[in-house]
Write a protein that binds this ligand. Structure first.
Ligand SMILES: Nc1ncnc2c1ncn2[C@@H]1O[C@H](COP(=O)(O)OP(=O)(O)OP(=O)(O)O)[C@@H](O)[C@H]1O
Ligand SMILES: [Mg+2]
Length: 306
């Protein structure tokens, strides 16, 4: 199975993100292709991480199948043979899609990211530490960095075209989408996070926070879209190392972060593009972490052909 920095498929390219390419299959379907690119400190590294794309895609597929009773989704298939059967143009580029592609229903995406936070970290922690609030709304006093939030908090954000997303209030979503849709987005987000977070924590991974996207299908019904509860859309923490009051290690990216942090403290990298070259041990260790996350959550090894 090939390592892939960037796919080039014989289909119209709709969008290229930091990690994934989105292609148009037909009026009703898209193909999401997760490359092996990895980003850290908001910079995309030059070296691909073997199997990372397949881990992201197959983990999302696992969740979509497992959560089918909780929410409708855009998921059609992430099985390479089935995809090629339905999109025969891909036969000649099988090695580029193998395991890493997902055929999905095209939707009209909701303009808000539906973030659920079960622990306070990242931009939410920064705002709370400085102002005691999240998106301007007061939170309970006395939280420390990485504190558990029980119950979890719905913390929507607007999708910024570039740079960091902006946290907004539930009322802002209600104003834009109507109270009924906003409430539905919040309830679905909580249900998916509850189901997924409980499953993961029983397997030694804390999903500290996660970002969901939803879209309206042709009938106007909401579906869960994009990727779901992957290390790229969520913070995965090793449960056995959790300790409130400090930054938590990342289940997936810690070898990479440690390497980059050491370079920065030695003054050998300024934290900006171009990224430093990654030694093969760092690439291998990071790949192993992604595969381990997949194995823990799904209870099986990522199939060879994936
Ligand atoms: N079913 C769908 N219908 C329409 N759009 C979708 C669907 N599923 C996902 N998308 C959109 O596909 C895009 C995926 O590209 P995105 O830029 O997020 O890639 P990425 O590699 O995750 O990059 P980044 O790290 O910058 O988020 C998103 O804009 C998402 O809203
Ligand atoms: Mg994305």
């Amino acid at each position: 199975m090939a390592v892939l920095t960037e796919s080039r498929l014989p289909l119209p390219l709709v969008r290229k993100g930091k990690v994934r390419e989105v292609y148009e299959v037909d009026a009703d379907h898209l193909l999401l292709v997760a490359s092996d690119r990895v980003s850290a400190f908001d910079i995309v590294m030059a070296e691909p991480i073997p199997r990372k794309g397949a881990v992201l895609t197959q983990l999302s597929a696992f969740w979509f199948e497992r959560l089918a009773g909780v929410t409708a989704s855009h998921y059609v298939t992430a099985d390479t043979d089935q995809i090629i059967e339905r999109v025969p143009e891909l036969e000649g580029v099988r090695s580029q899609v193998s395991g890493r592609a997902m055929l999905v229903l095209r939707t009209n995406p909701v303009a808000f990211e539906c973030v659920v936070r079960g622990y306070i970290s990242g931009s939410a922690w920064n705002e709370y530490r400085d102002h005691g609030t999240l998106a301007g709304e007061k939170l309970a006093p006395g939280l420390v960095q990485s504190s558990r939030l029980e119950p979890p908090i719905f913390s929507p954000a607007t999708k910024a075209e570039s740079g960091h997303d902006i946290n907004v209030t539930f009322d802002a979503v209600a104003k834009a989408m109507g109270a009924e849709t906003a409430t539905r987005l919040r309830d679905l987000s909580f249900e998916v996070y509850r189901a997924g977070g409980t499953h993961a924590s029983e397997r030694g991974i804390i999903i500290a926070d996660t970002k969901f996207e939803f879209g309206f299908d042709q009938r106007g019904a909401l579906r869960l879209i994009d990727e779901v509860m992957t290390p790229d859309s969520s913070r995965f923490w090793p449960a056995d190392q959790y300790e409130a009051g400090r930054v938590q290690p990342s289940f997936d990216k810690q070898p990479l972060r440690d390497y980059l942090a050491a370079l920065r403290s030695k003054g050998e990298w300024n934290g900006e593009a171009p990224p430093p070259r990654l030694p093969s041990e760092v690439v291998t260790a990071t790949s192993a972490r992604y595969l381990e996350a997949y194995r823990r959550i799904t209870g099986r090894d990522l199939p060879e052909e994936a």
